[in-house]
Design a protein around this ligand. Structure first.
Ligand code: ADP
Ligand code: ZN
Length: 722
C-alpha cells in the first residue's frame, strides 16, 4: 500500500496537505521536504505518515531537502502555538522554519580560493578580471570572488581546474565559540551561593515535569551571576542553554559580561543578524554545537538539539509580547517549550509580572529570592518632589530641588541621570494663532517634534514631515509652540543650567545606529559623561558604576491611561530606572517629580513596600476577574474605511452568543483607533478561568461573518493592554 504523508506548509494554512510518498523515499515526521503546491514547488514539513489504500488523486512529494528535521518537541510547540493563539498552524511553522538562502549554502561549502604562481593556459578578458581581483593573494569565497570580478562562477571554476587559482578548505570563523563553565570567576556571595543551590536543587520527581523557577532579586542583587551558574551546569552536562532577553537589553555590555564569566562570547540571535551568519548559527544550534545562545524572543524557535535550560531575563518586559503576525508572549512560550523539552526554565526579574507572581504563590513555579544588593550596597533612597509645591518656572521642567541635587552630584564628580520616557523634543505642536494641532495623517496620534532632525514625526508609523515655518492651517509665521517636554527639551534645559558639563541624550533616536549607541553607553559607563538625559533605553539592564543620582521627570506619565496594567507597568519602570543609582562604590538616591505623591504606585515606590503594592494589585485583578484570574482575548477588526470596520465588528458581536462564564464587550474604537491608515475596532472577550477560551473563539469565528476585501480580524489571546 502506498504511503500518504501529511505535509505542513509554512503559509497561512490551518492544516497539513496530503501527498503520496513515491516508492523508495523513506519519510518520517519532522522531515523537511519539497512538494508541489499549485503551479510551483514549495517547502514543507512532514507532520505524519500513514499507509493508505486511497490517495490515487494525490500529487507526490518531490523529495527531501537537506535541512535538519524538526524535532518532536518543536513540532509539538508549533501545534501548541496554533491551538493557543488561533494562528494558522502554517504561520506558526513559518516562525520555526527559517530556510537557508543560497548565500548560506555557499558559505557552508567552506572553500576559499587564492591565486597561484601559475598563469592560466588560456587567458580571456573574464579570466583577467578575476586574476586582477585575486592579485592581492587574499583568500576569498568562490562566489565572492566571481561577484567582485563581475564574472560568472564558471570562470572561477575554470581557473581552478587550470591551476591558476587554488581551492582550500577553510574553517569558517566559529559562530559559537565554546563557553568554558570552569573559567575562573570571582566568588559568589553567600546569598548568591544559596540561590544557586536552590536553583539547581535536584528537582524532586515532580508531577508534570520540572517546575519553572522565578528568580526574583532587587536591581543589583547579582541575579545574572546566579543564573550564569545554572548555565554553567547545563554546559557541563553537555546540554544547550538559551538566555532570552528583551531586544533592548541585548547589549554588548551583557555579551562582555558573559565572556568574562565563560571566557567566550555567547552566540547572539536578534533581528540585526542576517543572511549567512543567521543560517550558520541555526545550523550550529541544530547540531548541538552552539552551547549557549543569547537572543531576543524569536530565539525561542531555534532547533536546539539538546536543550537543557531556558532563562528568561527581565521576564516582566512587555517587549516579550509579539503583537503582529502570530500574537504570542515569549515568556509563556518559553515555559511551554521547557515543558515539551523536559528542561529547566528560570524567569528572572527585579519586578516580576503579576502573572508570574501568582504562579509562584500558587506553587506552580518555585520561588528563589535575592532580597539584597550584592556587596552590601544599598538600594537608593527614593524621595518625591511634589510638583504642586516645587513647580519649576513657566516653560521649564526641572524643579528647583532636582536642579540642586544634580548640581551637587556633578560638583562631587559623580554622574546623574534625568529620566523621561518620551522621545524627541515635544509631544505636541500647536499653532498659537489658530489652535491647529499637528496630527499624523495615517494614525490617531499627535506628531512629535524632533528638533535635532528638524522634523515632526509619528511614533506609531514613522511618518515624518519637515517642521513648517508657517502654520499649514492658517499660514501664520513663527507661531508654532512646542507643548510639553521630550528628552531633547530636557537636555536643552540642562545645557543652560550646567553649561560646562558633558551632557548626552540617549534614546532610540540616537544618530549613527546601534554600534554608535553601544560605544556611547560604554563611554557613559566609563565615566566619560556627567549627565545623561534618557528614555527607557537607559532604564534597563545597563550598569553605570559612577551614577549616584536618578531624577525622574514625570513619574505620573504612565498612570493616566485607562489600561488596568498601567499601574503595574509604571511601578516596574520606576523601580528599574531608580535602581540604576548607586550600583558602584558610592550610595545612590533618586528624586521623583510627581503631582500625585499619594498615588499607590508612587507611595509604594517611596516606601519600598513592593509586596504591599503587588498584593493590592493582585487583589484588584482577582476582584475584577482579570488575568491571571480570568481569561482575556481581543479581536481587532481593521479596515481602510471606518464604517466597514465598525460594521464588521458589530456583525461579529451579534454572532457572539456567549455562554455562561463568557462576556463579550464592544465593538469599541481600539485604544489606537487609526494606525497606518487603517481604522481599528476592538472586541474584548472575558471568560472565567475554567472556560476553554480558544474553543469558544473558534466556534464564534466559524459561525460569524467572514472578513472580505481589505477587512482583517486579528486575534490576540492574552492582550497586553486591555
Ligand atoms: P542584577 O542582575 O540582579 O541587577 P547583577 O548581576 O547585574 O545584578 O549584579 C550587580 C553588580 O554586582 C554587577 O556590577 C556585578 O558585576 C556585580 N556582581 C554580582 N555578583 C558578583 C560577584 N559574585 N562577584 C563580583 N561582582 C559581582
Ligand atoms: Zn502615523
Amino acid at each position: 500500500m502506498p504511503h500518504i504523508a501529511d505535509i505542513l506548509i509554512p503559509l497561512a494554512l490551518d492544516t497539513p496537505y496530503s501527498y503520496v510518498v513515491p516508492a523508495g523515499l523513506d519519510l518520517e515526521a519532522g522531515d523537511v521536504v519539497q512538494v508541489p503546491l499549485g503551479p510551483r514547488e514549495t517547502i514543507g514539513v512532514v507532520w505524519g505518515v500513514a499507509e493508505s489504500a486511497g490517495g490515487s488523486n494525490l500529487r507526490p512529494v518531490t523529495g527531501r531537502v537537506g535541512v535538519a528535521p524538526l524535532s518532536r518537541p518543536l513540532r509539538e510547540l508549533v501545534d501548541w502555538i496554533a491551538r493557543y493563539t488561533l494562528a494558522p498552524k502554517g504561520s506558526a511553522l513559518a516562525m520555526v522554519l527559517r530556510l537557508p538562502d543560497e548565500a548560506a549554502a555557499v558559505e557552508t561549502a567552506r572553500v576559499a580560493v587564492r591565486i597561484t604562481d601559475k598563469p592560466p593556459t588560456r587567458p580571456t578578458a573574464a579570466r583577467a578580471k578575476v586574476l586582477a581581483v585575486a592579485a592581492d593573494r587574499a583568500l576569498r569565497g568562490k562566489s565572492a570572488l566571481a561577484k567582485e570580478a563581475g564574472v560568472s562562477l564558471s570562470v572561477v571554476d575554470g581557473l581552478i581546474d587550470d591551476g591558476a587559482l587554488e581551492a582550500l578548505a577553510v574553517e569558517p570563523e566559529p559562530v559559537a565559540p565554546r563557553p568554558d563553565p570552569d573559567h575562573p570567576r570571582t566568588p559568589l556571595s553567600d546569598a548568591q551561593a544559596a540561590a544557586v543551590m536552590q536553583l539547581s536543587a535536584p528537582a524532586p520527581a515532580e508531577e508534570g515535569g520540572i517546575r519553572p523557577v522565578l528568580l526574583e532579586g532587587v536591581t543589583g542583587s547579582g541575579k545574572t551571576e546566579v543564573y550564569f551558574e545554572a548555565v554553567a551546569e547545563c554546559v557541563r552536562r553537555g546540554e544547550q542553554a538559551l538566555i532570552l532577553m528583551p531586544e533592548i537589553a541585548l547589549t554588548a555590555q551583557f555579551l562582555d559580561r558573559f565572556a568574562a564569566r565563560f571566557g567566550a562570547r555567547p552566540a547572539a540571535w536578534h533581528s540585526g543578524i542576517g543572511g549567512k551568519r543567521r543560517e550558520r548559527l541555526r545550523a550550529a544550534v541544530a547540531a548541538g554545537e552552539a552551547l549557549v545562545v543569547v537572543g531576543a524572543r524569536s530565539a525561542l524557535f531555534l532547533p536546539f538539539a539538546r536543550l537543557g535550560l531556558i532563562v528568561v531575563d527581565e521576564e516582566h518586559e512587555a517587549a516579550y509580547k509579539q503583537e503582529d503576525g502570530v500574537h504570542y508572549h515569549a515568556r509563556d512560550m518559553a515555559v511551554v517549550r521547557g515543558r515539551l523539552e523536559g528542561c529547566a526554565v528560570v524567569l528572572a526579574s527585579a519586578t516580576p509580572s503579576i502573572e508570574t507572581r501568582v504562579n509562584a504563590a500558587r506553587g506552580r513555579y518555585r520561588h528563589v529570592a535575592l532580597p539584597e544588593r550584592f556587596g552590601g550596597r544599598r538600594l537608593p533612597d527614593i524621595a518625591a518632589i511634589d510638583m504642586r509645591r516645587d513647580a519649576p518656572e513657566r516653560g521649564r521642567f526641572l524643579s528647583p530641588p532636582l536642579v540642586n541635587a544634580v548640581k551637587h552630584t556633578l560638583e562631587r564628580g559623580e554622574q546623574a541621570l534625568l529620566f523621561l520616557n518620551r522621545r524627541g523634543y515635544a509631544p505636541l505642536t500647536l499653532c498659537r494663532a489658530c489652535g491647529h494641532r499637528y496630527q499624523c495623517r495615517n494614525c490617531s496620534t499627535w506628531l512629535v517634534e524632533h528638533r535635532f532632525r528638524r522634523a515632526l514625526v509619528c511614533h506609531q508609523c514613522g511618518y515624518s514631515e519637515r517642521r513648517p515655518e508657517a502654520c499649514t492651517a492658517c499660514g501664520t509665521f513663527d507661531n508654532l509652540t512646542a507643548c510639553g517636554p521630550g528628552v531633547e527639551r530636557i537636555a536643552e534645559e540642562a545645557v543652560e543650567l550646567f553649561p560646562d558639563k558633558r551632557i548626552i541624550v540617549l534614546s532610540s533616536d540616537f544618530p549613527g545606529g546601534a554600534e554608535r549607541l553601544r560605544q556611547e553607553l560604554e563611554a557613559v559607563a566609563a565615566g566619560e559623561c556627567d549627565l545623561v538625559v534618557g528614555t527607557q533605553l537607559v532604564a534597563k539592564g545597563h550598569n553605570f558604576p559612577g551614577l549616584t543620582l536618578v531624577g525622574v521627570l514625570d513619574a505620573d506619565i504612565g498612570l493616566t491611561s485607562g489600561d488596568p496594567r498601567a499601574a503595574e507597568r509604571t511601578f516596574q519602570l520606576l523601580q528599574q530606572v531608580t535602581g540604576r543609582a548607586g550600583r558602584g562604590e558610592r550610595p545612590g538616591r533618586a528624586l521623583v517629580q510627581t503631582y500625585q505623591p499619594e498615588h499607590p504606585v508612587i507611595a509604594a515606590l517611596l516606601s519600598g513596600d513592593a509586596e504591599r503594592f503587588y498584593a493590592e494589585e493582585i487583589a484588584a485583578r482577582e476582584a475584577a476577574g482579570l488575568p491571571p484570574f480570568g481569561r482575556l482575548a481581543a479581536l481587532i477588526v481593521s479596515a481602510a474605511e471606518r464604517e466597514a470596520a465598525e460594521a464588521h465588528g458589530q456583525a461579529l458581536a451579534r454572532a457572539a452568543d456567549p455562554p455562561p462564564g463568557v462576556m463579550v464587550l464592544g465593538p469599541a474604537e481600539a485604544p489606537l483607533a487609526l494606525v497606518r491608515g487603517r481604522y481599528r475596532f476592538r472586541l474584548l472577550v472575558k471568560t472565567e478561568r475554567n472556560v476553554d477560551l480558544q474553543a469558544y473563539l473558534r466556534a464564534w469565528l466559524a459561525r460569524g461573518p467572514k472578513p472580505r476585501g481589505n477587512l482583517r480580524v486579528a486575534i490576540d489571546v492574552d492582550p497586553q493592554s486591555f
